[in-house]
Design a protein around this ligand. Structure first.
Ligand code: PA5
Length: 432
């Protein structure tokens, strides 16, 4: 089953089928290198067959831990930064909270900022509430994460005592290496392994993303089944003709060669806001290196049509757009009829919001194309866990392909080190 469709018709004025075809041998070569786990970054391709390698028993174990967390707290604080939290947050807001699941704790994200006010507000929110922590750091050494954990560990140990606090702390980290692995072993925190061959931004389908999503009531079996079906579709088809993720990647690559070096991904639902933050990190850290890459941006329409929309329509012509459209909302709401029609909106009476949203998307795609912003559309069927699994896997595969087409390693992030070194040196960290 496929929940995702890609429409590239609004790139036709700029990209010919021949240009795509000319890249196909390279696409096939990259595909087979990924399949054989060869070449640059091959040690970090664990995500590529993760859905098909994840057993039902493993998912049941994750679900059981999630249930324990749900039953032990009113608030779950997820600590992590970058790939260690963006996927979890994306999934939770894409799916919304499932009303049929009882005892869903509030979920907060910490360890991704160094703001006193953020923590002060968090402590005041959790003051009289039962809490659990989910600590996520592959390296265990990330400063923003480490500071967050110090603050919350002190709070937890004061509230519960060291032993009970330890029972309320759950961890996902490297199987062997790092301070967090050591601490989890020493203190007896329940811990999951983040496989060594999966980097942060490709880890959403490991416990890094699965635990918080399951706590919030997501059906992680359906999520993984969506990812598995997408994996199977994309791994079976080496040519961009039959592989929508590669088609999207090839089009991105070709648009870049024509001076379109900013991609704006536009969602038409607030539930996509955090998903697009995840996607931006995935694309940005994977593609943007060696003086190359497409700058990933995101907008939320129609809200941003009344702010950045002006720029998109008439600013510098360096943009292309990818619309992410959800075909069917989880709820149907119709616009009411008013007998007097004082506001003149009776022409919409009886129409669903989904219908009007679809027209907003179509009108925007056409207007932006006329304004020389070529665009693609990814249609996702609904907001189910299954469709979300498909989306996660689709973007991982597509971003890996775009990076390889640009001859960069999709799985490292050497550029992140410089700020860290400067910050450590300014903070007088020993050795810096
Ligand atoms: O995608 C990545 O690898 C990064 O964004 C990391 O997830 C981020 O830097 C956090 O690293 P860690 O999980 O080691 O704390």
């Amino acid at each position: 089953m496929n929940s995702i469709e890609l429409d590239i018709s609004n790139t036709i004025p700029l990209i010919s089928p021949e240009e795509r075809l000319a890249l196909d041998d390279r696409v096939k070569y990259i595909h087979s290198a990924m399949e054989m786990r060869k070449g640059v970054g091959a040690d970090f391709l664990g995500w590529a067959d993760l859905p098909s390698q994840t057993s039902a028993d493993y998912l049941a174990e994750v679900d059981a831990v999630a249930k324990t967390i749900r039953n032990s707290c009113e608030v779950l604080i997820h600590l992590g930064i970058g790939g260690s939290y963006l996927g979890a947050r994306a999934g939770i807001s894409f799916l919304g909270v499932d009303g049929s699941t009882k005892n869903i704790p509030e979920i907060h994200f910490a360890g991704c900022n160094i703001s006193s006010d953020y923590y002060a507000e968090l402590f005041s929110v959790i003051e009289n509430k039962d809490c659990c922590l989910f600590l996520v750091s592959k390296s265990g050494a990330t400063l923003e994460f480490g500071i967050g954990f110090r603050l919350l560990r002190q709070w937890m140990e004061k509230k519960y005592g060291v032993k009970e606090a330890a029972r309320r702390i759950f961890v996902a980290t490297d199987p062997k290496e790092g301070v967090l692995r050591q601490l989890a072993n020493e203190k007896g925190y329940f811990s999951f392994d983040i496989p060594s061959d999966i980097g942060g931004r490709y880890s959403v389908l490991t416990p890094v993303g699965l635990i918080p999503m399951a706590v919030s009531g997501a059906d992680i079996t359906a999520l993984m089944s969506g990812a598995r079906d997408m994996e199977s579709l994309l791994r079976q088809n080496a040519s961009s003709e039959n592989n929508p993720a590669y088609l999207y990647a090839v089009n991105k690559h070709l648009l870049k060669t024509k001076g379109k070096n900013i991609e704006i991904i536009a969602g038409f639902h607030p539930c996509l806001r955090e998903f697009l933050e995840w996607q931006k990190q995935l694309a940005g850290e994977s593609e943007g290196k060696d003086g190359k890459g497409i700058f990933p941006a995101s907008v939320e329409y129609p809200a941003d049509l009344h702010s950045l929309g002006q720029w998109v329509q008439e600013g510098e012509r360096s943009l292309f757009e990818t619309f992410l459209v959800i075909e069917k909302s989880s709820h149907e709401i119709k616009i009411p009829e008013f007998p007097g029609d004082e506001d003149g909106l009776n022409f919409l009476a009886g129409k669903t919001l989904d219908f009007v949203n679809e027209m907003a998307y179509k009108g925007t795609a056409q207007a932006h194309l006329e304004g020389q912003v070529p665009n693609m559309t990814l249609r996702v069927k609904d907001r189910s866990s299954y469709s979300l699994g498909q989306l996660f896997y689709f973007f991982q595969r597509a971003v890996a392909m775009t990076s390889y087409l640009d001859k960069v390693n999709p799985f490292d992030q050497p550029g992140v080190e410089l700020y860290k070194n400067n910050m450590y040196s300014l903070l007088n960290k020993p050795g810096y």
